[in-house]
Design a protein around this ligand. Sequence first.
Ligand code: HEC
Ligand code: HEC
Ligand code: HEC
Length: 426
Amino acid sequence: MAKTADATMQEKSPRWFGLAYLLIFIAGVGFFLLSFVALGVVPGWRLADAMAAHTKTEMPDYSASELRGRQLYTRLGCALCHSQQVRFLVSDARRWGAPTQAWETRYDFPQLWGTRRIGPDLAREAQVRSDDWQLAHLYNPRWVVADSVMPGFTWLFHGSPDRPATAASDLLAYLRTLGRAQQSSPKKNQDVLIAADMDGTMDMQNKNLSSAHFQNPNQPQLDRTAPDLTSTSATREQLLARGQTLFAQNCAGCHGAGGAGDGPAAASLLPKPTNLRQHRFSSQGLAQILWNGVAGSAMPAWRNLSIADLAGLSAYVQTLHAALASAHSTPTPTSVLAHGAVIYADHCSSCHGAQGLGDGVVGSTLLPRPANFKITQADSTRITQVLNDGVPGTSMPPWPGLSPSDKQAVSAFVRTLFNSATEQNP
Ligand code: HEC
Ligand code: HEC
Ligand code: HEC
């Protein structure tokens, strides 16, 4: 009975059933090819298109020194604490800048994107810190960032940060490449924004993002924007106490505990950190300096601090000079001032600007920018020193051609440009 049933089954099964193995084989290979094309080839094309659209054709490859620096970076374990990839997240872009795109690392093999962030992401580092800052930091991170846990790499130097050995120079050269490609790309932040906007990930958290939000808050800026630091409810005592603590934590390494410009990092920095005891600042001016930093020097911007913190720092920095303020109260005769004005128009205004705003025709091409005499006033000792020696590390030259009385006159004139109306120092 059973045998007959089997036989009937076999007779009834369709002919193609015998080819089932072949069909399954073809379907299997077909699906494999399909997924290979859909998941491998097509995204590859799209990535290549996207890279072609964003890459500047002359994107430079690493130089020999940069390549040695990159090898050092790997060997010294920098990548164990630092990632090199700004993710497509608002929180990342706010801290470090535009998100990292694939084409930027096309010369990197292996990539150093990394996953651990004991220290900050370095994908945009080149635009953030000056060379002298980097070397001082590499030598002893605690000189410039008081509570840093990063080890110092002193053996890459001949005894001090301003005497880097080849290794430190190579490492610095490599750090300078981080973010270079993005910076020179014709399609910068704006496109990244649009791309991010399209996939919705970034826009979810903030409706009014612009590329201005895509910046490392420590990166010095050339604009003169300043937040309003006056709208704080804190008393003057509270402000000063807060400012003093913040100054010790953030500024003393460079400007010195007393603000005299003699912190441990100062020795190797050029230009030197300002001696805050020799300078007066308007409140508006300080807000602008802290908000934007000083481009072309090691002085960072401090946009990562809250408005209340900045107000505290501003109030505190203004007290550093107060003790000396009375020493310069003798009024200068008008004839001397008039003589000073002539010298100023002849020699100084092309850089410092007719009104002393640091925006003369030549001045607006220089880094650091010439001093803005409206917001900062050096005492006469400092001005005399500057006229004798210039300001090393900047374009401010010495003036051996001016007689002592000329110097005195122009110094007095320059000091009158200070706008004390905006100063709130008692
Ligand atoms: C043990 C972890 C660790 C190692 C290893 C390390 N760093 Fe750091 N790094 C940090 C931390 C934490 C910070 C943040 C505090 C500071 O600025 O010092 C930092 C900050 C930095 C910064 C400043 C970023 C900025 O703009 O604020 C740079 C540049 C840097 N490191 C480079 C390096 C290099 C180059 C190496 C390898 C030679 C290295 N780091 C090794 C932990 C580390
Ligand atoms: C890494 C070193 C460094 C740190 C940290 C630093 N500064 Fe500076 N700062 C400088 C240098 C260098 C200059 C001089 C710039 C120049 O001469 O162009 C400067 C200049 C200044 C000036 C004068 C700017 C001007 O235009 O005249 C002020 C005010 C100032 N810093 C305040 C601060 C305060 C407040 C802090 C802490 C929140 C701070 N700095 C932290 C290095 C530093
Ligand atoms: C080639 C351009 C240039 C010329 C010309 C020039 N300066 Fe300057 N000056 C600068 C720059 C740049 C700085 C900023 C230095 C800095 O950031 O520390 C500066 C800074 C200063 C300072 C501020 C120093 C301080 O510590 O705050 C004084 C004062 C000054 N100049 C006076 C003069 C006088 C007076 C003349 C004319 C006799 C003059 N400068 C001509 C470029 C110039």
